[in-house]
Design a binder for this molecule. Structure first.
Ligand code: SP5
Ligand code: ZN
Length: 340
């Protein structure tokens, strides 16, 4: 094996441990919360051992005005306030019908439900701080790309972000890390976002729906069958047609079909000719993911990394989902070996 030319900076912070819900609601009962702190630990440990990366700890909480460039200021304030006040995890349960409400009132239960689209993003005492630090990693990565510090940077974000829209949270996501990075980079040029998480990135799509400088492309399980159900269909092409591309795939998709979709996505990105590329990187397309159905192998992630890097673009990799907790280190190692 040859020695890699340059190590990939991996941006991390350990305070995500303080955000650790234990249960989520599913089908009439409670099940273990899949989005656990061990996910990020295992990835970092394996990457450090691989010699492929250079770890950089980021400790700077992201300025609120940078978050508010992407998210509704009232939502950000609501999440911060509720998070600071709660003792145990607070779950949304009443989803006010927006069109019937004159004004959003003070009630925390009313407010959290108003800003939630599902029941899987509970707020604990440190959830907002953790989400804010997670966003800070992605933002720092974007700055590093702009400053030409590296051609590829990995933000090891947790909690994930791609289900969070301008004014909604859900799907284990609070602040849209990839979107915050892309919104910064878009001030310097055109940005493509490629979302390869198993689930459609409905939040990211929402944030850039009307933005012709940001091309959002997502490969994911068909929302007719899979979460988030309401978005991710192929006919969602953006307010300006051609600025949004959804490639939904059937349950059980294996590598040959996935690779076709990836080639289609990469060709569309090449045609858009962006100055920067942001990857919403989910490992839940893995064959043994406990909540998903695709059938990719660890080696396939290496091929994927190589294909993305072959575009030759300055690229920020932002961690999203992936719940085969023990395998994540191995998957990330394959992926970034492919990138290098
Ligand atoms: C960031 C991210 O990957 N969020 C995903 C949130 C998905 N939550 C709902 C999953 C429901 C899927 N049900 C599958 C049952 C498998 N036993
Ligand atoms: Zn996912």
């Amino acid at each position: 094996m040859t020695t890699p030319a340059a190590k990939i900076p991996v941006l991390y912070n350990t305070m995500h441990h303080l955000h650790a819900p234990t249960k989520e609601y599913a089908n009439g009962g409670l099940v273990d919360y899949p989005e656990q702190p061990e996910r990020a630990n295992n990835i970092l440990t394996a990457l450090q051992a691989s010699g492929l990366v250079k770890g950089i700890e980021v400790n700077h909480p992201l300025a609120l005005d940078i978050i508010q460039a992407v998210h509704s200021p009232d939502m950000v304030a609501t999440l911060a306030n509720i998070s600071a006040e709660v003792e145990d995890y607070f779950y949304p349960a009443v989803f006010g019908v927006r069109s019937t409400m004159k004004k959003l009132k003070h009630s925390s239960a009313g407010r959290l439900g108003y800003y939630s689209f599902d029941v899987s993003a509970p707020l604990g005492k440190h959830s907002f701080e953790a989400a804010r630090m997670s966003a800070s990693l992605a933002f720092r990565g974007a700055q590093m790309l702009y400053n030409d510090d590296a051609q590829a940077v990995y933000a090891l974000c947790r909690p994930p972000g791609h289900h969070a829209g301008r004014d909604f949270i859900g799907g284990y996501c609070y602040l849209n890390n990839a979107a915050i990075a892309a919104a910064y980079l878009r001030t310097f040029g055109k940005v493509a976002i490629l979302d390869i998480d198993y689930h459609h990135g409905n939040g990211t799509q929402h944030i850039f729906w009307e933005d012709e400088k940001v091309f959002f492309v997502s490969i994911h399980a068909d929302p007719d069958l899979e979460y988030p159900h309401c978005n991710g269909y192929a006919d969602e092409v953006g307010a300006i047609p051609g600025t949004n591309l959804n490639i939904p795939l059937p349950f059980g998709t294996e590598w040959p079909r996935y690779q076709q979709a990836l080639e289609e996505a990469l060709a569309a990105i090449h045609h858009f000719a962006p100055d920067y590329l942001v990857i919403s990187l989910g490992f839940d397309t893995y064959a043994h993911d406990p909540i998903a159905t695709f059938k990719l192998s660890a080696e396939d992630f290496g091929t994927m990394g190589r294909a993305i890097a072959a575009l030759g673009l300055a690229t920020l990799y932002v961690q999203e989902g992936g719940y085969a907790v023990k395998a994540l280190g191995q998957l990330a190692t394959h992926f970034f070996r492919g990138v290098l």
